[in-house]
Structure formats: structure tokens, C-alpha cells
Design a protein around this ligand. Structure first.
Ligand SMILES: Cc1cc2nc3c(=O)[nH]c(=O)nc-3n(C[C@H](O)[C@H](O)[C@H](O)COP(=O)(O)OP(=O)(O)OC[C@H]3O[C@@H](n4cnc5c(N)ncnc54)[C@H](O)[C@@H]3O)c2cc1C
Length: 467
């Protein structure tokens, strides 16, 4: 057996987050015909926050939430748990796609984050939040000059961002691969336990009277009278309005479907590290870490001192936008992640992996959420957070509710809301285009960041690929 394969010997296939004692019982599936005013389809963060905010806006609203499998079974129970305030996947992306609204989007992101954290307190949701900030690590010395300049600019704007040179970075977290790093300490960014957040939100919405049916996929929907009718496996739902919160999964509205592609990401979690292993890492600040690559890794500590590690070249798109089964048990991709982890922290050589899992990221051509409406405004969606949805889904849920007419505000005038993202090309062009782009990005990473002609062209059109 290869040494890396041995580390996986007793590992489980399934998210660490979901495999915890606090996992609540599944709610029964729909067995009958029911009616409600607002139906929410999808029990990830978007759907759960939509239910909570709808209840906050309209205490008497009759709300039903249906989830195809189990609350948190999609990306929301499978992610890295990095909580960030950006709604637009970083400043540069926001500047390009929503010119003139950078400051506004930033302020809305901060406001969303304040309300997010305050909801955790108000509803006593223990999401194991740690406000650690995040460090973006340089693995090549040639990246340092640009990073230092960037830090200076941000500090002039009054932001709490620190430049760590090679020595400072390696003393913060002990990896021989680190050449420098940017520690973003501002605001309330940090890490959470994503399943704890899903389960906390599920408890709260049920306490507030939202009816939740798990194991209940929407199969079909259509107009009925002045509302909508939805067909599920074992029953029907008539309602006035619908929030579609299915993100990377097949959207029932074709127009929305064409704007999102599912990108599979693969994650591993180590056994809890012992005191000696923790000491060998430093990492006293417990920050979320990500490397400054096109195909970047992200990793963090959990409450019981495991490392959760994902991303890198384990990211994959499957022909025909496959999402089914949320399977993706691909030993080669998990082992690739393990190799990268041990290369970063050679002192952990031999550490065992207890969990390996995959999940689907909903990527749009503008790398952040795209909302929309159909059926004369009776149906709204917010989908496509492209790898940065732990915080942004709360805002996405708000947008969808306001699009349905629940106390609209001027966020509906934002470019992000007024303009949908461009559609992805259909197959058979989609797979080769995405696959080739990912290969080129990995090649640029191996080649000291030098971008080939294809990436340069995409950069020019701001159609590069991110996840
Ligand atoms: C591996 C991975 C790592 C990530 N890491 C981070 C991170 O560290 N930080 C960050 O900010 N973001 C991260 N993300 C992105 C983030 O997890 C997502 O943006 C966010 O969870 C999206 O939430 P959602 O509710 O919109 O979608 P989902 O959580 O995918 O929920 C959609 C739900 O809809 C259900 N559904 C689908 N079809 C139907 C149907 N027909 N009827 C009923 N229900 C249906 C699904 O079962 C699913 O539960 C990561 C994503 C992945 C996959």
C-alpha cells in the first residue's frame, strides 16, 4: 500500500461536519397535499436563511420548506466553513462586474455579516464561530512585492490587514513552504462549523412555525390560479410564492439553470491533532488559511483540532453538469489533497484521515451570486455563490425574498440584482472549455504564475475561472 493510501485506511466517505452527535433527526417527507403562502425549495443556507428572514419580516406568513434529501446535505454541510463578508468574491471581481458600486457592496457585506453574527446570538445558535480572520499565504517569493503593495493600499483605506514576511509567516504557522502572507483581521470574518449552523437554523425556523419536510424533492412546478402548484414524490403543495434555493443542483427554471455549473471539490479531515502536533504547527491564531494560487487550497482547524483541507487541483467539472448522488469518491483526488497537506506540513507525516468527502460548488461566469425571477414574479432564486457562500447566502436569501415583494428595499437596484450573469456555453462545448481552463490554471501555478494565451484572453474578458 502507498504511504498516502495507508492514511485513508479507516477513513469514512462523508462530511466530518455531518458525522457528529448533534445531528438532528430527519423530518418526515411530505405525504399529502398541503398549502402555504411561501414555499422554499432547498434546505441549505440560502433556504434556511430565507425561511428565517421571511418569518422576521412577516411573523404571520405561512411558510413550508422542502429539502430533497436532508438539511445540510448540499454544499452547506460540506464546505470549509470560512465565513467572509464579501458578497462578490473579492474586491477585484466586484470592481470589474459592478463598477461604481464597490463601496456599497462592501458595506452591504459588512452589514450582512453583522446581522449574521447577531442572529447567532439572538437565536442561540452555536455555530462554533471563531472570529480569526484569514491569511492568504504566498508559496512563491515573487508574489511578495505585489502582496506588500496591496496591504499598503488596504491599510491606507483604514483596513486591519497585516503583511507577514517569510519569517513572520513561518513563525505564525510553521510550514517550510510559506514565503509570506497577508492576514486580513478586519471585521468579523472567521470560521464556523457549517453543519452546526444548518442544524441551528433548522431548529430556529421550526420553533418559529416553519413546516419542514425532508426527503421531499420538487419534481415539477407550474402556475395554478394566481399562485403556483408544486409536485413532489408523495404530495402536492399549492402556494402563492416560491424561493428556489437549490444552488448547484438542477434548477427547475431553465433560465437559472444555464447560469450555474456544478464544480466538484474534494475535502479531507485529519484525526484530532495531539498537543505535540499542534505545537509543531504554531497556528495559535487558528486563522483560516488559503494559498495564493489559481487552484488554491484552503484549510483550517476545527474545534477539536483536526485540519480540514480542500481545493487545489482536486477540483473537477463533470460532463453534462452532473450533480447526482453527491458521490465523487475519487481516491486519486483525495490522495492528491493529502500529499499537498503533508508537503505543507511535513511534521504531520503519517497523520490519519478520518473523513473524506466531496461537494458541489455553484460557479457563475461572474463568480458570485446571480438572482432572478420567473412566473410573473411568483418565483425567485439566488444561486451561484461560487465557493464563497457561507456568509453571502444570507444576503442571497434576502434578495430572493425582496424580489418576491416581501418588504423590498433599494438593494433591488444593485447591478448584481438588475443584471443576471452570462449563461455558460452548453455541452458539448462546456466540458472542454472548463476542463481546459482548469488545466491552464494549474499549469500557470506550476510555471511561477505565468499565464498562457488562453488565460490572458479570459482575463481580458474577465471570464477567468474561479471556485
Ligand atoms: C467543498 C466546498 C467547500 C466550500 N467552502 C466554502 C467556504 O469555506 N466558505 C464559503 O463561503 N463558501 C464555501 N463553499 C460554498 C458554500 O458552501 C455554498 O455557497 C453554500 O453552502 C450554498 O448554499 P445553498 O443553500 O445555496 O446551496 P446548498 O447547500 O447546495 O443547498 C441546496 C439544497 O437544495 C436541495 N435541493 C436540490 N434540488 C432540490 C429539489 N428539486 N427539491 C428540493 N430540494 C432540492 C439540495 O439537496 C440541497 O440541500 C464551499 C462549497 C463546497 C462544495
Amino acid at each position: 500500500m502507498q504511504p498516502h493510501a495507508a492514511a485513508f485506511k479507516d477513513s469514512k466517505f462523508g462530511p466530518l461536519w455531518i458525522d457528529q452527535d448533534a445531528r438532528p433527526e430527519r423530518q418526515a417527507h411530505l405525504t399529502d397535499s398541503v398549502s402555504c403562502e411561501l414555499l422554499i425549495v432547498g434546505g441549505g443556507f440560502t433556504g434556511l436563511w430565507a425561511a428565517l428572514q421571511a418569518r422576521e419580516r412577516r411573523p404571520d406568513l405561512d411558510i413550508v420548506l422542502i429539502e430533497a434529501t436532508e438539511i445540510g446535505d448540499g454544499a452547506s454541510g460540506r464546505n470549509g466553513g470560512f465565513l467572509k463578508s464579501s458578497l462578490v468574491h473579492g474586491d477585484n471581481n466586484g470592481e470589474f462586474h459592478f463598477p461604481g458600486e464597490e463601496d456599497l457592496m462592501e458595506e452591504l457585506g459588512r452589514q450582512n455579516m453583522r446581522e449574521f453574527i447577531s442572529s447567532l446570538g439572538k437565536y442561540k445558535i452555536d455555530a462554533r464561530y471563531e472570529g480569526t480572520g484569514e491569511i492568504e499565504v504566498n508559496l512563491r517569493p515573487d508574489q511578495n512585492a505585489e502582496s506588500e503593495e496591496w496591504v499598503e493600499e488596504l491599510r491606507e483605506e483604514g483596513r486591519d490587514v497585516v503583511w507577514l514576511d517569510k519569517e513572520a509567516m513561518q513563525s505564525e504557522v510553521h510550514s517550510p513552504t510559506y514565503m509570506g502572507g497577508v492576514w486580513d483581521r478586519q471585521g468579523q470574518d472567521g470560521v464556523i462549523d457549517p453543519a452546526y449552523l444548518c442544524w441551528g437554523l433548522k431548529r430556529v425556523i421550526q420553533e418559529l412555525g416553519v413546516r419542514v419536510f425532508e426527503g421531499t424533492p420538487l419534481n415539477r412546478m407550474d402556475r395554478k390560479g394566481d399562485g403556483m402548484e408544486v409536485e413532489c414524490d408523495h404530495g402536492r403543495i399549492t402556494c402563492q410564492k416560491i424561493v428556489i434555493a437549490t444552488n448547484a443542483f438542477r434548477n427547475p427554471v431553465k433560465r437559472a439553470r444555464r447560469r450555474v455549473i456544478p464544480v466538484w471539490d474534494h475535502v479531507v479531515a485529519t484525526e484530532p491533532l495531539n498537543d505535540e502536533q499542534m505545537k509543531s504547527l504554531g497556528w495559535k491564531g487558528r486563522q483560516g488559511l488559503g494559498d495564493n494560487l489559481n487552484m488554491f487550497h484552503y484549510y483550517r482547524l476545527t474545534h477539536d483540532n483536526r485540519i480540514v483541507w480542500g481545493g487545489g487541483t482536486s477540483v473537477a467539472y463533470r460532463y453534462g453538469s452532473q450533480t447526482h448522488g453527491v458521490g465523487g469518491d475519487s481516491p486519486a483526488l483525495f490522495e492528491k489533497n493529502y500529499r499537498d497537506l503533508i508537503e505543507t506540513f511535513p511534521q504531520l507525516s503519517g497523520v490519519r484521515i478520518t473523513h473524506r468527502w466531496s461537494g458541489i460548488i455553484a460557479s457563475t461566469t461572474r463568480f458570485c451570486m446571480t438572482p432572478g425571477t420567473a412566473f410573473d414574479g411568483r418565483v425567485a432564486w439566488s444561486v451561484g455563490y461560487t465557493g464563497l457562500g457561507v456568509g453571502a447566502t444570507r444576503f442571497g436569501a434576502r434578495v430572493a425574498l425582496e424580489l418576491l415583494g416581501y418588504d423590498p428595499t433599494d438593494i433591488l437596484q444593485l447591478q448584481m440584482v438588475q443584471r443576471e450573469s452570462l449563461a455558460w456555453p452548453p455541452e458539448p462545448v462546456r466540458w472542454p472549455a472548463v476542463h481546459f481552463t482548469m488545466k491552464e490554471m494549474a499549469r500557470a501555478d506550476r510555471n511561477a504564475g505565468r499565464r498562457g494565451l488562453w488565460l490572458k484572453l479570459l482575463d481580458r474578458l474577465n471570464l477567468g475561472f474561479a471556485c
